[in-house]
Design a protein around this ligand. Structure first.
Ligand code: GLN
Length: 406
């Protein structure tokens, strides 16, 4: 009997991206996989049109076009205060996804352990498994997603070689404070571990929260591998442009993985993206303002509908509590996945079940994103109205039952 890889049998496809397919199947509004429904900046589209005629159309240097690496190094220097060598410390990848995978593969051998916060962006599970590494999970505890540093230390004592840190954090919207990052950094230093960060939402941080670049903290430059992407910052998720910045030895190792995995990110898109990296600070402030406004608009809408949710400090994700629904007879014993499938079909709004992010048995949360035009969000509220009507109706029936009979 022919067999397939046991390793690949250890994880499922991405539920985030599966929900996109289900959403498309039912023509729902897709608030599951996070990507905007609006265009990238005009200057980027113009640059892409120009590249169509002027090239390049052939491979770039495997590690990324030199002008893009240079621009990434400059942007990183502005945010972290670190000066990095674009030749040896920057690697351009196919999306943040490949940056993470190449990095975890470059760091871990089969049998190694890696610390992962839970809830976590689901790719990290597959990244660890494909690298042969065993994840040790550290809970971020709802509602404010705090962690117990003692559990991180325990993980390092068990020999964890690296910690994966998503900041701002997908799916829970936590922004790690400078204090928390210093603490994590101190532990990583004490146990001589790598810190692999995923900072793709760095510009979606809502005051008073601020984004702190881990690598820029004292002593962290030599042990931090910063993974990032242009997808969210320039609204170009389909361009598949990501990058890794870190110390030379680790980036050299990741370059080898990247070389054999994908050879390189699409060169015309790299060329066009350089335009975005040269935007003034004003662009990032405006992006932040737009997303903050969307966040507040979305949360206010959920409040009006009586849907319970967290208040994300960063990212464009919100966790909505469906516990009250699952307590109703019509949803009893339903998994959050089945609820999301039902909601996509019957309500016309797609979300991601929380269980695909949590290590712990969490069944009462679903993740929605708000990277949508206001008009689309209004339509979402209209559709979710049908959902909240179910709750209101059951409350009404309950009250009727409790009311003293005349
Ligand atoms: N980060 C996005 C999300 O969590 C998806 C990214 C992707 O699908 N590559 O929805």
């Amino acid at each position: 009997m022919k067999t397939l890889s046991r390793r690949v049998g250890c994880f499922t496809d991405s539920v985030i991206r599966r929900m996109t397919r289900i959403s498309d199947q039912y023509g729902a509004i897709n608030l599951s996989q996070g990507f905007p429904d609006f265009d990238p900046p005009q200057a980027l589209m113009d640059a892409l049109a120009k590249v169509a005629y002027e090239g390049p159309h052939q491979y770039s240097v495997t590690y990324g076009a030199p002008n893009l690496r240079q621009a990434l190094a400059e942007k990183f220097q502005r945010s972290s205060g670190l000066s990095v060598d674009p030749e040896t410390q920057v690697l351009v990848t196919c999306g943040g996804t490949e940056a993470m995978m190449s990095t975890v593969m470059a760091v871990c051998d089969p049998g190694d352990r890696v610390l992962v916060f839970s809830p976590f962006y689901e790719n990290y599970g597959a990244d660890a498994i494909l690298s042969g590494a065993e994840p040790i999970y550290v809970p971020l505890v709802p509602p404010d997603y705090r962690f117990d540093p003692e559990l991180i230390e325990q993980g390092f004592r068990q020999g964890a070689k690296a910690i994966i840190l998503c900041n701002p954090s997908n799916p829970c919207g936590k922004v790690f404070s400078r204090q928390e990052l210093l603490l994590i950094g101190e532990l990583a230093e004490r146990y001589d571990a790598w810190v692999i960060t995923d900072e793709v939402y760095e510009h979606m941080v809502y005051a008073p929260a601020v984004h702190t670049v881990m690598a820029g903290l004292p002593g962290m430059a030599d042990r931090t591998l910063t993974c990032n992407s242009l997808s969210k910052t320039y609204s170009i998720t389909g361009w598949r442009l990501g990058y890794l910045i870190g110390p030379e030895s680790a980036v050299e190792a990741a370059k080898k993985v990247h070389d054999f995995l994908t050879v390189g990110a699409p060169s015309p898109l790299q060329e066009a993206a350089v335009t975005g990296l040269h935007f003034e600070e004003q662009y990032y402030c405006e992006l932040n303002r737009i997303y903050r406004e969307k966040r507040d608009y979305f949360l206010a809408g959920l409040d009006r509908l009586g849907l319970k949710h967290n208040v994300p400090q960063g990212t464009y994700f919100v966790m909505v509590d469906i516990g009250d629904f699952l307590a109703l007879p019509r949803f009893q014993n339903m998994s959050d996945l089945a609820f999301c499938e039902w909601m996509t079909r019957e309500i016309g709004v797609a979300a991601v079940p929380g269980s695909s992010f949590f290590r712990e048995p969490v069944n009462n949360l679903i993740r929605l994103h708000f990277a949508r035009e206001k008009g689309t969000l209004d339509e979402v509220f209209r559709r979710l109205g049908k959902l909240s009507a179910i709750l209101k109706e059951s409350e009404f029936l309950q009250l009727q039952q409790q009311a003293p009979k005349a």
